[in-house]
Design a protein around this ligand. Sequence first.
Ligand code: GUN
Length: 280
Amino acid sequence: MTAQLIDGVALSRTLRAGVAERAAALPRRPGLAVILVGEDPASAVYVRNKIKACGESGLHSVFEKYDADLAEDVLLARIAALNVDPAIDGILVQMPLPRHIDPQKVIAAIAPEKDVDGFSVLSAGELASGLPGLRPCTPFGCMKLIESTGQSLKGKHAVVIGRSNTVGKPMALLLLQANATVTVCHSGTADLAHHVRQADVVVAAVGRRNTVTADMVKPGAIVIDVGMNRNDEGKLCGDVDFAGVREVAGWITPVPGGVGPMTITMLLVNTLQAAETAQG
Ligand code: GUN
């Protein structure tokens, strides 16, 4: 069997059209502020794509770029100003930050109602408590990709590989909320293959290529690949051995063109949600 591709580009297009329509219906355009500190080339690309996506969906955006030696208190003061700016519904500070800036302090400084990354302690607590709130964009996008297969998660076993605060942990909670039975694997897991073999849904978020291979995948499983790695030829690849696993899985996301575009799409969805809440 060859797996069906889950097309993150096509799903993004549909969801972004919905965002544009809802944004246009608001009295004031939703606004996102994006802050980049330093010269990390990958971050510069991500930020550019986020700003571009805002424009394409009719969202207002403000981009602020600072040198790597920006003082932490200056950044915190900028966030405080954006917190009370009525044109801004969402604030995103691109990570990673330079070492002299404490990311936890920065995340805590963002007004919870403008935390469109869903990284704050309040947002994490809302998710863990099953309360409505802003969800972290990457796992939120993974849920939409899984939903697009039309398969119910009730009674299914989901295995998440990775336990980061931004992907693995919130992913596990979202799957749990959708009634899956969830296992979280990580670098300390004794026998990864044993767990993955039980999975009806696999979400790989490790950052190491070929972590999931065909022999580890249950026939017909849904495989979501969050990884963004480079192979020996410098080509972008995920955490999953795509060529092998696609012959076993029922559904699989490609890299690129799977989770990546959905992360930005869910940022737009979160900014819209924050704007709708702010504008009643
Ligand atoms: N760096 C890599 N991914 C992300 C993200 O989703 N949000 C922020 N703020 N920084 C990131």
